[in-house]
Design a protein around this ligand. Structure first.
Ligand code: PAF
Length: 283
């Protein structure tokens, strides 16, 4: 695997495969890689000839400086994992490399997508995400880019950015990878005790129950009540939000329309760790 730390060296290296019309895939990450990320690399390999993974803990998407400070950086392990799983190129830039101008301004009109759910809980987060992903897209000019369904709103935001900026990149949404018991894999899970991990399984159970109820046409308000009750009864799980939304806009659904798709999404705190999960309901 080739490793590049600067935009110029990566750009120069990619010129050759691009001239040969080889397909390039990008997998943007913030490192601390786990099986979920590896599934993105595998998907990328299926869709392209050359796989570029970026590892960059992007400061502009953190609204809590402590969260940024605490973000794990097991880079040696990440490099080993990427090499073992056939990634071709790792882009590993410094903050100065990606943000040479410390006063750089960025704003993309994402409408309500920037204001609801994660947008409301983490103001500015999606501006930071789109700022860095746009830089990476411009640099790598990938044919395809792979993102995990786990951060569902992020995927919808990136899709919107692609439309607004009219970018020529295909977005591949990769399914959530779960532990055998059902816990959605996340870099944050290492901060949970064994008991915390057990408690966290209630999120998966709740999403499964939600999907079953949705399939039985149970009214949304009733499903919402059942889901909140399930999470509450688990104990030591602090629910931030649970909702059933239409997939594209992520607006909360009051009733189900048959020509639309829906997602159940949940955020809860366990042992001071913020966990996020979702499930597509129409599949
Ligand atoms: O999902 C992530 O890890 C990050 O938000 C991303 C897409 C790499 C941008 O920094």
């Amino acid at each position: 695997m080739e490793i590049f730390n600067t935009q110029d060296t990566l750009r120069e290296y990619l010129a050759k495969p691009r001239a040969k019309d080889l397909k390039i895939a990008l997998v943007p990450t913030m490192g601390a890689l786990h099986e979920g990320h590896i599934s993105l690399i595998s998907a990328a390999k299926k869709h392209a000839d050359i796989v570029v993974c970026s590892i960059f803990v992007n400061p502009t998407q953190f609204n809590d400086p402590k969260d940024l400070e605490k973000y794990p950086k097991p880079i040696e392990n990440d490099i080993q994992l990427l090499t073992k799983n056939g990634c071709d190129i790792l882009f590993l830039p410094s903050v100065e490399e990606m943000y040479p101008d410390t006063n750089e301004q960025w704003h993309l009109d994402l409408g309500r997508l920037d204001q609801i759910w994660e947008g409301a809980q983490r103001p500015g987060h999606f501006q930071g995400v789109t700022q860095i992903v746009y830089k990476l897209f411009t640099l790598v000019q990938p044919d395809v880019a792979c993102f995990g369904q786990k951060d569902f709103q992020q995927v919808m935001v990136i899709q919107r950015m692609i439309e607004i900026k009219q970018l020529n990149v295909e977005l591949i949404i990769c399914p959530i990878i779960r532990s055998n018991e059902g816990l959605a894999l996340s870099s944050r899970n290492v901060r949970l005790s064994l008991n915390g991990k057990k408690k966290a399984l209630v999120l998966y159970r709740t999403l499964q129950a939600t999907k079953a109820a949705f399939k039985e046409n149970i009214p949304i308000a009733e499903i919402q009540h059942l889901a909140e009750k399930m999470i509450d009864e688990e104990g030591e799980v602090d629910l931030e939000y649970f909702a059933i939304s239409e997939t594209r806009t992520l607006e909360r659904a009051d009733t189900i329309e048959h020509n639309k798709d829906y997602v159940a999404h949940v955020v809860a705190w366990i042992e001071g760790v913020r966990l996020i999960d979702n499930m597509l309901l129409n599949d």
